[in-house]
Design a protein around this ligand. Structure first.
Ligand SMILES: Cc1cc2nc3c(=O)[nH]c(=O)nc-3n(C[C@H](O)[C@H](O)[C@H](O)COP(=O)(O)OP(=O)(O)OC[C@H]3O[C@@H](n4cnc5c(N)ncnc54)[C@H](O)[C@@H]3O)c2cc1C
Length: 441
């Protein structure tokens, strides 16, 4: 008899993991607290679109749904920086123009992975089932529906239920010395819209991720297939100028006119969007272990939620699916070893990504506006072209390769050290040479 997996959460990672497990022949029951996304409910609380790159695409390719899932995706070849005067600066992501990140709708990607899972007759998806608790030793999941409560038993339960995971909460309560750390940014986020032009076209450059960097805060915009852009304002919750002090229409309008004057004429629903759309919070969650014997395991945001500034949370969650699937293949007789190996290989990478993501917020909101930043990016690209395979900028390693995140971070630190030492040496030699020349005159 194949083992039965109970998955909690059919978000991006839950759907994909169900497809991987279904392909491996396991019995899979996937329980989701929300309604079926195909019935048109909005995947509330998270971004409308997101950026998918090499790691996420690789995970879709392994299950042969990449072409179908990416059909509507829009390639973004670089950052389009909007300064306060309205001037634009384009900075490509890579020296190779074919390397890009892709803007994809969360709802359509969610549907694609759920449908991929449902192609396996051994996978069953149950919507409108909310997990309230997990009895780890059995393991049994306690679920709530509109009509009552039920308890489901499996050989293993996997928590793919996002940053505020109920499965993780059950592990926290049960496991002695369970390590848990959550840290919130002082910034929240709000989604706003730039609609299509009257002829249905995109009102700003379609193939770019737009950034309005304003030092302590920023707005970004990603294109959608219908000609619109979803903008996200990342701004302090509190402070003299912040979400908490900007309430009235006049205050909102004044803030946007001052900070994003080129965007305001493109945002006719700005005031309604600002008032009606929720303000989300941004959390990093680290915990350990991610498994309990051969009974329970965590994956995706449930194990390692990160802030969105490297565009990697979902990509990392998809990579988790690939790694867990490989571990189950490598240890067919011991699920506990498979879970342990998956945790061992992913944990340091998830921790590294969490740090990279926080660091990239400062880069996006502040440094992208500076000439020095743009010069460093150009130098990065020159070195990448001149030293193929030897020099890889950090962004390229994270976004366009499957080099483990921790290795990428370490390698980038070493590269930077060598680069700065070389620059200092060249500068000193030049000064010395100049001094010798002057003294001979
Ligand atoms: C503003 C923003 C922008 C982002 N942009 C990007 C990006 O560009 N690129 C990128 O790679 N990542 C991005 N991310 C991160 C990405 O959204 C997450 O990493 C990704 O959604 C994680 O997938 P998941 O399946 O683990 O969790 P989720 O997508 O959160 O799915 C969890 C699922 O579990 C369900 N659930 C929760 N609790 C229960 C319960 N008790 N019982 C049953 N079901 C439950 C939820 O309803 C949900 O469907 C962004 C995040 C934010 C907030």
């Amino acid at each position: 008899m194949p083992a039965k997996f109970v998955l909690i959460g059919s978000g991006l990672a839950g759907g994909l993991l169900a497809a991987y497990l279904g392909r491996r022949g396991y019995e899979v029951d996937l329980y989701e607290r929300r309604a079926d996304p195909r019935e048109g409910n909005i995947v509330g609380g998270r971004s409308i679109n997101l950026a998918i790159s090499t790691r996420g695409i690789h995970a879709l390719e392994q299950i042969e749904i990449a072409d179908e899932a990416l059909q509507q995706a829009i390639p973004m070849r670089g950052r389009m920086i909007h300064d306060k005067s309205g001037a634009l600066h384009f900075a490509p992501y890579d020296v190779d123009p074919k390397k890009c990140i892709n803007s994809i709708g969360r709802a359509s990607l969610n549907t694609a992975v759920i449908e991929a899972a449902q192609r396996y007759p051994n996978v069953r998806v149950h919507f409108n089932h909310k997990c309230s608790d997990v009895d780890l030793d059995e393991p049994i999941c306690h679920l709530e529906t509109a009509t009552g409560k039920l308890a489901v038993h499996g050989d293993a339960v996997i928590g793919v239920d996002g940053a505020f995971s109920a499965v993780r909460e059950s592990m926290r309560r049960k496991i002695n010395n369970f390590q848990y750390d959550e840290s919130y940014l002082a910034h929240g986020y709000k989604e706003l819209t730039i609609p299509p032009a009257p002829d249905g076209s995109w009102q700003i450059e379609r193939n770019a991720l737009h950034i309005w960097p304003r030092k302590s805060f920023m707005m970004i915009a990603l294109p959608n297939p219908d000609g619109s852009f979803t903008c996200t304002l990342f701004w302090e919750f509190k402070g003299p100028r912040s979400f908490s002090t900007t309430k009235t229409d006049d205050e909102v309008r004044r803030f946007f006119d001052e900070e994003f004057p080129d965007a305001v004429p493109l945002m006719p629903t700005l005031l309604e969007d600002f008032k009606n759309n929720p303000t989300g919070s941004l959390v990093t969650i680290r915990c350990a272990p991610w498994y309990y014997g051969d009974k329970v395991c965590l994956l995706g945001d449930a194990a390692h939620a990160v802030v969105p500034f490297y565009g990697q949370g979902m990509n990392a969650a998809f990579e988790d699916c690939v790694v867990l699937d490989e571990c189950l293949q490598n240890f067919p007789d011991s699920r506990e070893r498979a879970f342990a190996e998956y945790f061992r290989s992913r944990k340091e990478n998830a921790d590294a990504l969490a740090d990279l993501a926080v660091g990239n917020f400062i880069e996006m909101r502040d440094k992208t506006a500076s000439r020095a930043f743009r010069a460093k990016k150009k130098l990065d690209h020159m070195l990448e072209a001149a030293l193929p395979g030897m020099y890889l900028p950090l962004y390229a390693m994270v976004t366009f390769s499957r080099v483990p995140y921790a290795t990428a971070a370490r390698r980038a630190r070493i590269q930077d050290r060598i680069l700065y030492t070389a620059l200092v040496t060249v500068t000193l030699i030049s000064i010395l040479a100049l001094a010798v020349l002057i003294s001979r005159w």
